[in-house]
Ligand binder design. Structure first.
Ligand code: AQP
Length: 343
């Protein structure tokens, strides 16, 4: 691209999604939901329950719709206001699937083969993984670009997928000689909550699919469960250090201090100042108290919202109509650019 190639000049828009694949955990909350809430203050935001992504691994059809409602309830319980931001289910807007197909014909096998999340999720059983799991980041690019979104708040684990979205957008703009048609979206994957690690292994991210429930704090956990999980969280015999250097080589302790800092809004240094020299017999109960204080109102609100599934359905339907109204003209232009027949 030369310096005078036009770049995208449309409005700023935020898009992000969460899969309805299980109970949300602290990593999803701090890495995504908290950022979503902050973004709605300053931007047009679209938050999607990505049920098409969920089916890249088997889902129980009897549960999928209710899990979709649960994520929508979690969005609202965390503070997303459906009057200001769009909340909808991915499968309700066909543009995602259509654009994903076009992008399948633009993305290169080599680009997808580099995706570490596929390698992690498929593991040794690569040959038995679904084609959808391999193609997951292309669908993600379609999700974002169907709305010409410019900013995507995500956890750090999604940064590589966002790079792929930028590559696809850039390739489309070049291949069809429409410079600046699609924006090259920016991942907003920085900040203290961007990488919350497992309570059992500080080198692995906290994840819904971890077999051990003790590895994560779920949004629906009650106070006793949160305390128990933190009591059992892996640490080491040394006390809390007084400087950030003292956290080096202690990934589990680093993670707990980071969780405390993120939940309290303090800097890491301030947390260390408060707890320096203390053992985990003091730090863990303090962290549990803080986690319960911050999470229990969200959990409580989520339960109340889930008591009225009809109202969640109304919000999702309204959100889908608004999302579709944005994606429809984009898709009409895409079809025209690609040269599809129309009578
Ligand atoms: N550990 C984490 N720390 C910070 N952010 C995280 N996110 C996920 N885990 C962490 C962010 O949460 C958002 C929604 O994630 P998702 O459910 O759509 O998919 P995921 O990234 O695959 O989340 P999980 O929990 O790890 O699910 P499974 O185990 O099903 O794969 C995303 O913005 C993600 O970055």
């Amino acid at each position: 691209m030369t310096d005078d190639t036009p770049t995208y000049s449309g409005p700023e828009r935020v898009f992000s999604g969460v899969q309805p694949t299980g109970d949300l955990h602290l990593g999803n909350y701090l890495g995504a939901l908290v950022k979503f809430v902050a973004m709605q203050e300053s931007h047009d935001c679209i938050f999607c329950v990505v049920d098409l992504h969920a089916i890249t691994v088997p889902q129980d059809p009897g549960q999928l719709a209710s899990k979709t409602r649960e994520i929508a309830a979690a969005f609202m319980a965390a503070g997303i206001d459906p009057e200001r931001a769009i909340i909808f289910a991915q499968s309700a807007v066909p543009a995602h699937v259509e654009l994903a197909w076009y992008f399948n014909c633009i993305a290169r096998m080599g680009w997808l083969e580099r995706m570490t999340q596929f390698k992690d999720k498929a593991g040794k059983d690569r040959e038995r993984a679904s084609v959808g799991l391999f193609d997951y980041p292309v669908l993600q690019a379609a999700d974002i670009l169907a709305y010409k979104a410019t900013h995507v708040p995500v956890g750090e684990d999604q940064k590589q997928h966002l790079e792929l979205t930028r590559d696809i957008a850039d390739r489309f703009n070049r291949d069809f000689a429409v410079p600046g048609f699609f924006p090259l979206p920016d991942p907003l994957a920085e900040g203290p909550g961007a990488r919350i690690m497992s309570l059992k292994d500080g080198s692995k991210k906290m994840s819904k699919s971890d077999l051990s429930d003790l590895s994560r704090i779920n949004l629906i956990d009650d106070a006793d469960t949160i305390s128990k999980k933190l009591r059992k969280a892996k640490t080491d015999p040394a006390p809390i250090p007084d400087t950030a250097e003292g956290l080096e080589g202690r990934p589990e302790v680093d993670n707990l201090v980071n969780i405390y800092a993120t939940l309290s809004g303090l800097e890491t240094g301030q947390v260390l100042e408060r707890f320096a020299g203390e053992g985990f017999g003091v730090f863990k109960p303090a962290l549990a108290e803080l986690a319960v204080e911050k999470l229990s109102p969200v959990t409580q609100k989520m339960r109340e919202l889930m008591d009225d599934p009809g109202e969640i359905d109304r919000i999702l339907a309204e959100g889908a109509a608004k999302a579709e109204a944005i994606a429809t003209p984009v898709m009409e232009e895409v079809r025209q650019i690609m040269g599809f027949w129309r009578a």
